[in-house]
Design a protein around this ligand. Structure first.
Ligand SMILES: [Zn+2]
Ligand SMILES: [Zn+2]
Length: 318
């Protein structure tokens, strides 16, 4: 656990986050319905896309290009997930890549432990502010700065919309057995908590469990389960190896839903210049044969790459 006074959990500031979790229990009174479950899943998908394709692949890494208006749409979708503003998110994420798994990393499980990397860092006062020096390319857009400042607006608008939607369905289709309260609980509280922890496992578990294809300096892993729930972010070792690549799943079997959606959006001209660095970068590291040689002093892993270049990866204790 971290000793630093600055890194203590900000209890007052964390009340909305705690409240969001507690509010899920309201389902005991509101009950559930098929339509409420559907809205919960749909809003999980829309907002997970806002976080991964918007906050992460666009604002943090600029791994593709888009228009100024669609850039704002991506920012709004991400902000609906109640994970603060796009500039705040991008500045801390860029810092994570700069200092991955060192003492200066904002959320490293190897340094601060699982809970710190999962939620602790998100709830402490130290990281409340947006670090402008890391996001100079984004601060020139006044609409983004506004969205970053009033980040509570998109989630509040969503909650109000869900209340109205629930009431509307209750009136026009009483057979759907839903209500304003039920729609708020499932579409907003439960769905938001799912997006929270879906996103947070990338910071925590994707640096602990999974395979390491590339010997990056950090502890990032490739993990299929995390990739499925986060629309492709689970190919985290790939991502730390080629952070500017829009595509995180390097092979057809590495399911990367955000990439599929962005690719489809590019056919309609909504996004373009999708950077696909994996071909160039991964070509040097992907092996066809892996041979483990044993020497007197230890083992050395030798990987033969697609291009025929042999790479040697670190000595391991015998
Ligand atoms: Zn990482
Ligand atoms: Zn990243």
């Amino acid at each position: 656990m971290r000793e630093d006074v600055d890194e203590r959990i900000d209890l007052l500031g964390s009340l909305p986050f705690m409240g969001m979790h507690l509010a899920c229990l309201l389902t005991i009174w509101t009950g559930a319905s098929l339509i409420a479950l559907f809205v919960c899943l749909a809003l999980y998908g829309i907002r997970m896309f806002g976080i991964t394709a918007g906050y992460h692949r666009y604002f943090s890494h600029r791994s593709y290009k888009t228009s100024r208006s669609f850039q704002f749409v991506l920012g709004w979708l991400g902000a609906m997930a109640a994970q603060k503003g796009p500039l705040w998110w991008a500045s801390h994420h860029r810092s994570h890549h700069r200092y991955s798994d060192t003492a200066d990393d904002v959320h490293s499980p190897s340094v601060g432990g699982f809970w710190w990397s999962h939620v602790g860092w998100f709830l402490c006062r130290k990281y409340n502010e947006t670090e402008d020096s890391l996001i100079r390319d984004l601060t020139s857009y006044p609409e983004l700065k506004l969205l970053n400042r009033f980040y509570v607006l998109p989630p509040v608008v969503l909650a109000v919309f869900l209340l109205a939607l629930g009431r509307f369905i209750q009136i026009v289709a009483p057979g759907a057995h839903t209500s304003a309260g039920q729609m708020l609980v499932w579409g907003f509280f439960i769905s938001t908590v799912l997006v929270y922890h879906g996103t947070f496992v990338v910071n925590s578990l994707a640096h602990i469990f999974g395979r390491r294809r590339f010997p990056t300096k950090d502890d990032s892993r490739n993990n299929l389960l995390i990739a499925l729930i986060t629309f492709g972010e689970g190919w985290h070792n790939n991502h730390h190896y080629a952070p500017s690549s829009e595509r995180h799943g390097f092979y057809w079997w590495e399911i990367d839903v955000s990439h599929y959606i962005l690719k489809a959006l590019s056919w309609f001209g909504l996004v373009w210049d999708l950077k696909d660095d994996h071909g160039r970068k991964a070509g040097q590291g992907v092996y066809i044969w892996k041979v483990l040689f044993t020497f007197d002093s230890g083992k050395q892993e030798v990987q033969y790459t697609r291009t025929g270049v042999m790479r040697r990866f670190g000595w391991q204790a015998p």
